[in-house]
Design a protein around this ligand. Sequence first.
Ligand code: ADP
Length: 259
Amino acid sequence: LEVTGAPIFSGGKNWKGIVLVFHDITDLKHLEQMRKDFVANVSHELKTPITSIRGFSETLLDGAMKDEAMLEQFLQIILKESGRLQSLIQDLLELSKLEREDFNLTIEQVDIQRLLNDLLPIVEQHAEKRDVELHSQIGGQTRIQGDSSRLKQVFMNLLTNAVNYTPEKGKVNLSFEELEDQVMISVSDNGVGIPEEEISRIFERFYRVDKARSRNSGGTGLGLAIVKHIVEAHHGTISVESVVDEGTTFTVKLPKTFT
Ligand code: ADP
C-alpha cells in the first residue's frame, strides 16, 4: 500500500482537514516481481548451455581431443547445446515481438484445414523418431481470416509438445470442427498429462512441469506463452484438459472473421 496526503486549507493558515490517498500497488509490485523473475530465468537458461559448451571445449583442448570417440561425443554435446541457445534466443525474440504495443498480425484469408494438413508431414517425422503415432481427421476446406505463419507456429508448438510429452507407442490426435462463427482445433495425446494444480501455470514464461523432460526434448519453456499470445491476438481462446498419466487435450477456438 502506498499513501500520499495533502492538507485542505479553509483560507488563511487554518486548515480544515487532510486528504489521504491510498494506492493499492499489489498489481504493480506483482508486475515488478514478474519482470525480475523473468530476467533471472533468462539469465539462468542462457548460462546452462554456455557453461556446458565452455566446459566441453576446454576439456577437448586440454587433451581429450586425441581420443576420437570422446572428440565425437563432446562435439555432439556442443552442437546440441548451441542448438538450445539458438532456440532460446529465437523464442525470446519472438515473444518480445509479440508483446510490443505496435505488434500487428498480417491478416489474410487462410484455409485452416490445409494449413493443418501441411504441418502433418513435419510433425510425422518427429513422431516417428519417438515412436509415437500421429492421427488426424482433417479433409476439406475452411477459410478463416488470420495470420498464416503465426497460426502455423501455434499448431506446430502444440503438436510438438503432444509428441514430446507422450511416451513411446503413444498416440497424438489432431482434430478439426467447424462451428457457426468459429473453428475448433484440438490436439490431444495419451501422454504424461499435467497435474491439475499446475494447469493454470503452463502458459507462463519458463514454467515447466518437469524441467528435465522439457530440456531433454529441446523445449525452451516459452512455447505455450507464444501460443497463447498468438491465439489471443486472433481474438481466439485456448483451453486445456488433462489427467496425469492419461493424457492432455489442448483446444483452440478461432473466430472465422477477424474483427
Ligand atoms: P516446453 O518448451 O518446456 O515444452 P511449453 O511452454 O511449450 O514449454 O510448455 C510448458 C510446459 O507445459 C512443459 O514444460 C510441460 O511440462 C507442459 N506441457 C505442455 N504440453 C504438454 C502436453 N501435451 N502434455 C503434458 N505436458 C505438457
